[in-house]
Design a protein around this ligand. Sequence first.
Ligand SMILES: Nc1ncnc2c1ncn2[C@@H]1O[C@H](COP(=O)(O)OP(=O)(O)OP(=O)(O)O)[C@@H](O)[C@H]1O
Length: 282
Amino acid sequence: MSGGSRTVRNRVAGDPVPGNPATGDGTAGEHAMVELRGVHKSFGSLHVLRGVDLTVEQGQVTVILGPSGSGKSTLLRTINHLEKVDRGSVRVGGRLLGYRQVGDRLHELSEREILRQRTQIGFVFQSFNLFPHLTVRQNLTEAPLSAQRRPRAEVEALATRLLERVGLADKAEAYPRTLSGGQQQRVAIARALALEPALVLFDEPTSALDPELVGEVLEVMKYLARSGTTMIVVTYEIGFAREVADTVVFMDAGLVVESGPPAQVLDAPRHERTRAFIGKVL
Ligand SMILES: Nc1ncnc2c1ncn2[C@@H]1O[C@H](COP(=O)(O)OP(=O)(O)OP(=O)(O)O)[C@@H](O)[C@H]1O
């Protein structure tokens, strides 16, 4: 879909063209939406990310592929500061995540400020992570009301639109445990969109689903992609990558081995490691 007509994220939510997700100052157009430079992350002696560079432009879909343990989830988690990087930088909408720059010095943001930044970035997990004690509708409205302090009428109307969009208008008053896995994941996607994020991260969103439920979740994600949502998706769904991705990134052992359009990375990979991986998952 490179060079396509996607210009507006989340038309689902019917909101205007986005500004800077971190500052809200309308400057996102001047920056890549996401920019990682030389990112390193270790857990004890395990060096998981070994100098990752990644750029994602606004409105683009990036699919990250790679063997188990190559660092894909960790990379995703650094993008919304669920993991703090040891070295290198993560910028979202041009702004350094987790820090405030004063002159040439960096000051770490407070937990509360980080939480506020994080509401600009939707995160869809493999295991849905819905609030079990809240109805579907309340799952969508909770964070916009309490973390973003937006007006209830606006948030309720948005929740209604989003549930219609993911085909679950009739489940608004149901509790998550009464839904199928595919339905729960569609609620989780709608919940991420209710924050009106500038960027949505997906970590293996279909891996926990029975095969017959995968399609309904991928359809919602394809719709979002067509609507101009900036998305970074960790998945083993090669068909989705081929159809929807602007860029496919292949990671191995904590490094980006190669990246490019799907036709290049999936059909004519330049590196042996990519070829071996693609050969196994196709
Ligand atoms: N919080 C943590 N503490 C310690 N080790 C961790 C932590 N998170 C991840 N790891 C380790 O880092 C490595 C990379 O994990 P990560 O989940 O990023 O890989 P992945 O490519 O997403 O793998 P998969 O496809 O299996 O989910 C693994 O060896 C994992 O055990």
